[in-house]
Design a protein around this ligand. Structure first.
Ligand SMILES: [Zn+2]
Length: 147
C-alpha cells in the first residue's frame, strides 16, 4: 500500500509520454491520462504503461477504426495480459482523473468483462482502490460506481 510517500514520486511527463499508448484524437484527454498515470503509485504507473493502451471516441467522429495490433505491446510484441481502456472524450473535468484511474484499477484487478468470472463487487473494488491511490471524485466513489 502506498500512502504519503508516493505523492512525492512522479515520473517525468516526458517519461510518461514516451511510453504511453493513446490512440485517439483528444489532446485534452491525452494530457489527462498522462497526469493520472503520474499520480499513480509506481507499480501501478508501470503496469499502466506496460499493459494498457487507451482509446477514445469523441463527438467529432461517429466512429473510428483501429488496427488490432493496438492490443499488442509495441516493444515486447505481446498481447497476453494487455488491456484496452476505452474512454469518452468529454469526461467532466472535475472527475476525469478518478474516472481514468478507475478504468486502470479494473485492469489492475484483472476485471475481464468478457469473462464469466467478473466479481460481483468489481465496481466497489475498483472505486476503493482508486481512493486508496489517493484520488477523489466519481471514479473513487464506491456508491456512485455501484449504482
Ligand atoms: Zn467500473
Amino acid at each position: 500500500m502506498y500512502t504519503s510517500s508516493h505523492k512525492e514520486w512522479a515520473m517525468s511527463i516526458e517519461g510518461v509520454y514516451d511510453r504511453l499508448a493513446y490512440h485517439g484524437e483528444s489532446e485534452f484527454l491525452s494530457i489527462q491520462i498522462a497526469d493520472t498515470i503520474r499520480r499513480l503509485p509506481p507499480p501501478a504507473a508501470s503496469f499502466t504503461l506496460d499493459r494498457c493502451c487507451f482509446v477514445s471516441v469523441g463527438s467529432v467522429t461517429a466512429g473510428l477504426i483501429l488496427p488490432g495490433r493496438i492490443g499488442v505491446h509495441h516493444i515486447e510484441k505481446r498481447s497476453r495480459n494487455m488491456w484496452i481502456i476505452v474512454l469518452k472524450e468529454d469526461l467532466p473535468a472535475e472527475h476525469v482523473h478518478s474516472i481514468i484511474a478507475h478504468e486502470i484499477a479494473h485492469a489492475w484487478l484483472q476485471h475481464d468483462r468478457l469473462s464469466d468470472t467478473m466479481p460481483e463487487d468489481c465496481e466497489i473494488a475498483a472505486a476503493n482502490l482508486v481512493k486508496q491511490w489517493g484520488f477523489s471524485g466519481r471514479g473513487a466513489d464506491a456508491d456512485f460506481c455501484n449504482r
